[in-house]
Design a protein around this ligand. Structure first.
Ligand SMILES: [Fe+2]
Ligand SMILES: [Fe+2]
Length: 302
């Protein structure tokens, strides 16, 4: 019986977690294979300039998410260094993965003739607000939710997009984000343990949780206006996937104490039974273990 099987034995239905030392060891191993995919991508070809521009919009939004992830990870690592040096090192290595993604996207955008501009509209406002956040649990919670959204978007797009260059980018990103989601569950759990919020602090965090949840659903509408011609994902489909994956994450991690917003979920025809019965690829430690070694990951589209 493997180490992971024996750790899970007899724990039917209970969450399995891994200590920070496991995440640190795994992140160090991942750092060694990080640049292996950095061969030249084949040139991307588009059916029309409108499709090329929509592709630029899609990856510009992805670039902002990667930039934001890497800079917030750096900030969190600095804040945690005195309290938990191993966790701080995990945050640094995680930030380095996001920074690597950022570089891959910058090169790809340059190759397809993009002039990267500051992000406007709702999504731009969102990132500017988030960049000003200083409260560690707020940053961690928002980052975890962004990871779920990123992972969901990349995986659905992978099922639609045909160009080999774009598929390669999406595969790298989707593969790594599937590891980042459970990693971020570990981060928020540890940050909440070290910086236990007061009752008022908890209430504020819950308010932020609902606000970010709603804003992410709204952002799926905004992104459809500019990126749908490239990724062919409808608003209904993308927003439902966001609601479902976010809802499932928090339902399956009950110790985090963020209840899915059931009224909102009902609008999308999603109930508790559907969340409970669904595949928990996004958060489980089994999912993290399956995604830990890059060479072994088989990325599937949603
Ligand atoms: Fe990333
Ligand atoms: Fe990520």
């Amino acid at each position: 019986m493997s180490e992971s099987q024996s750790a899970r034995r007899g724990r039917i239905g209970s969450p399995v977690s891994r200590p920070t030392s496991w995440w640190l060891k795994t992140l160090k191993q991942r750092a060694e294979s990080m640049y292996e995919d950095e061969e030249k991508l084949p040139p991307a070809e588009f059916a029309s300039d409108a499709e090329r521009l929509a592709c630029i919009s899609f990856f510009t939004a992805a670039l902002r998410a990667e930039e934001s992830g890497s800079s917030q990870a750096k900030q969190l690592a600095a804040a945690m260094r005195e309290i938990d040096p191993d966790l701080a090192e995990c945050l640094e290595l995680y930030g380095a993965e996001e920074n690597w993604h950022r570089g891959l996207i910058v090169d790809f955008l340059r190759d397809i003739g993009a002039d990267v501009q500051p992000l406007g509209g709702l999504t731009g406002f969102f990132y500017r607000t988030y960049a000003k956040a200083r409260h560690l649990p707020t940053i961690m919670l928002s980052n975890l939710m962004f990871e779920v959204i990123g992972s969901t978007t990349y995986r659905i797009a992978l099922g639609r997009v045909q160009q080999p260059a774009v598929r390669k980018m999406l595969t790298i990103l989707a593969r790594d984000e599937s590891f980042h989601v459970p990693l971020n569950v570990h981060f928020i759990r540890e940050v909440l343990r070290h910086k236990q919020p007061s009752t008022l602090g908890r209430a504020k965090l819950r308010a932020i949780y609902y606000a970010v949840f709603g804003a992410l659903i709204a952002s799926s509408a905004a992104s459809r206006e500019v990126a749908q011609r490239f990724d062919h994902i409808s608003f209904r489909e993308l927003s439902t996937a966001y609601v479902e994956n976010l809802g499932r994450l928090f339902l399956k991690e009950p110790d985090l104490a963020f209840e899915p917003p059931w009224a909102l979920l009902r609008l999308f025809g999603i109930d508790r039974a559907r969340l409970q019965s669904g595949d928990d690829w996004v958060t489980s430690v089994a999912a993290a273990e399956a995604a830990a070694v890059r060479e072994n990951v088989r990325v599937t589209a949603l």
